[in-house]
Design a protein around this ligand. Structure first.
Ligand code: NAP
Length: 475
């Protein structure tokens, strides 16, 4: 098996070191990709810096046209790329297709935004002066992305950075480099100038150190765990390197007695089990008001038991494998811990006896607040459910987390909905909505879920400097 090349300065480059890519549905390696040493990353940053000098001069509209071409290519190859996502990540094929669709939409959104990078003029208070605010691209951007949405989360960085006029170096997760390679192929097909986009892979800590230490790398945008985010914050101190951080989450979902119960159950299924529970905005704590608690559990369990688990390439599969054995063991530990502390296991709870890292979709009821799954991300199809009495009590429980990425609520009471949107501590709040993310709205976390926002008009901000120009005018 020949290791696939990386994409550096407009060339496909083979190296002598490589990384294996495993299909989590089978637990078997099926591909290999070349890797780099730290020095080569330094070279990539230097090349990106040169490419940046030209890319920034291209008018926004034209940069947007390049992004449209990448989107066209991604769309044309959509079926193949969706299959690649499923092969390396394990998610059901229908969800991989959805991920490709959303990636195309992100590209088209930022293609349009590239021509709307506005400054402003500000009235002066001293005669003979004029004040302008202009936006300029930050320079070379390093993007580090995770494996759980390997294509779309890379694009939430790459697309706005390119639109803003920056050059980008992408370091995808080691578990899922093939989607990033497919993206590089689309960018190559769109004929972006050499060096404007590059793809590196290798030891994450070495690559990140080069991003942190190299003064030509002006910005790091990271999506991943809060633990690694914290390490980057420490490392950024040396050069005061700007960081955008999309970190972990522990979303609560609040189901009130006045909710449309069918919609609430469906919402809990989608927010919990999408991507096999491996989503940063997955609902990790399901709070249900006492009066409808048993009814909810009954319907939720029935729907969960009906979900088809299997290889994501099989027809109709809704739950795939976990990314690896370590993830499976962590989920089993959370289940064991919760039941030991008194939670009732309503369904699932065991590893499925087949190749790959499959877990039965699991529901735990009456989970005590001190169970591990109530504070740590389980990142698996494990649904902890707890009863509550009052609005004040559930809002306090929902906010009692260091994370603040997403929150959900199901209610038909408008006053309550407004109170919730104002008091829940999360960057994204879905009220009677289980799929809140969309290209044109900002996405990001509060508290330890991160710094900055992706998507929306805010999605470009992190890739631009704001400059005030004070102009002396002789009139
Ligand atoms: P992770 O272990 O933090 O890895 C994310 C990325 O960081 C990967 O590319 C990884 O590379 C790299 N990395 C690992 N160690 C590093 C280091 N010392 N310095 C710099 N980079 C390093 O997270 P993950 O397991 O892939 O993803 C799951 C986590 O991401 C969860 O906590 C989830 O909530 C969070 N997440 C957040 C969002 C959001 O938008 N807020 C979205 C998705 C996921 P290697 O793969 O080579 O180790």
């Amino acid at each position: 098996m020949k290791a696939l090349p990386l994409y550096l300065n407009g060339q496909w480059v083979h190296t002598h070191t490589k990384l294996g890519v495993v299909n989590p549905a089978l637990g078997e390696q099926f591909s290999e990709v070349c890797t780099l040493e730290r020095a080569a990353v330094g070279q990539a940053i230097g090349d990106a810096h040169k490419a940046f000098q030209q890319w920034r001069e291209i008018p926004g509209k034209e940069r947007g046209e390049y992004l449209e071409k990448i989107a066209d290519e991604l769309e044309r190859r959509g079926d193949d790329i969706a299959r690649t996502i499923t092969l390396e990540n394990g998610k059901p094929l229908a969800q991989s297709r959805g991920e490709v669709g959303m990636s195309v939409d992100h590209l088209r959104w930022f293609a349009q935004e590239a021509r709307r990078i506005y400054g402003r003029t500000i009235p002066h208070q001293v005669r003979g002066k004029r004040h302008l605010v202009i936006k300029t691209p930050v320079g070379v951007v390093a993007a580090i992305s995770p494996w759980n949405f390997p294509l779309v989360l890379a694009l939430r960085k790459v697309a706005p950075a390119l639109a803003a006029g920056c050059a980008v170096i992408l370091k995808p997760a080691s578990a899922t480099p093939l989607c990033a390679l497919a993206l590089a192929e689309c960018i190559d097909a769109a004929k972006l100038p050499a060096g404007v986009f590059q793809l590196v892979l290798g030891r994450a800590s070495d690559i990140a150190q080069e991003f942190l230490d190299n003064p030509l790398c002006r910005k790091i945008t990271f999506t991943g765990s809060t633990e690694v985010g914290r390490m980057l914050i420490r490392g950024a101190a040396g050069q005061i390197k700007p960081l955008s951080l999309e970190l972990g989450g522990h979303a609560p979902i609040l189901i009130f007695e006045d909710a449309d119960m069918d919609a609430a159950v469906e919402g809990a299924i989608i927010t919990k089990f999408r991507n096999t529970g491996q989503s940063c905005i997955a609902s990790n704590r399901i709070y249900v008001q006492k009066a409808v608690y048993n009814k909810f559990l009954e319907q939720f369990t029935k729907k969960t038991l009906a979900m088809k688990v299997g290889d994501g390439l099989e027809d109709g599969v809704q739950i795939g494998p976990l990314i690896n054995g370590e993830a499976l063991n962590k989920a089993l530990e959370h289940i064991e811990d919760a039941t030991r502390r008194g939670a009732r296991l309503l369904c699932g709870g065991k590893r499925i006896d087949r190749k790959g890292s499959f877990l039965e979709p699991t529901i735990l009821a009456d989970v005590p607040a001190d169970a591990m799954c109530m504070s740590e991300e389980t990142f698996a199809p494990v649904a902890p459910v707890c009863p509550f009495n009052t609005d004040a009590e559930v809002i306090e429980c929902a906010n009692a987390s260091p994370y603040g990425l997403a929150a959900y609520a199901f209610t038909r009471n408008l006053d309550r909905a407004i109170r919730l949107m104002e008091s829940l501590e999360a960057g994204t709040i879905g009220i009677n909505d289980s799929v809140p993310s969309t290209s044109q709205c900002p996405f990001g976390g509060v508290k330890q879920s991160g710094w900055g926002r992706e998507l929306g008009i805010e999605g470009l901000d992190g890739f631009m400097e704001t400059k005030h120009i004070s102009l002396g005018v002789h009139i």
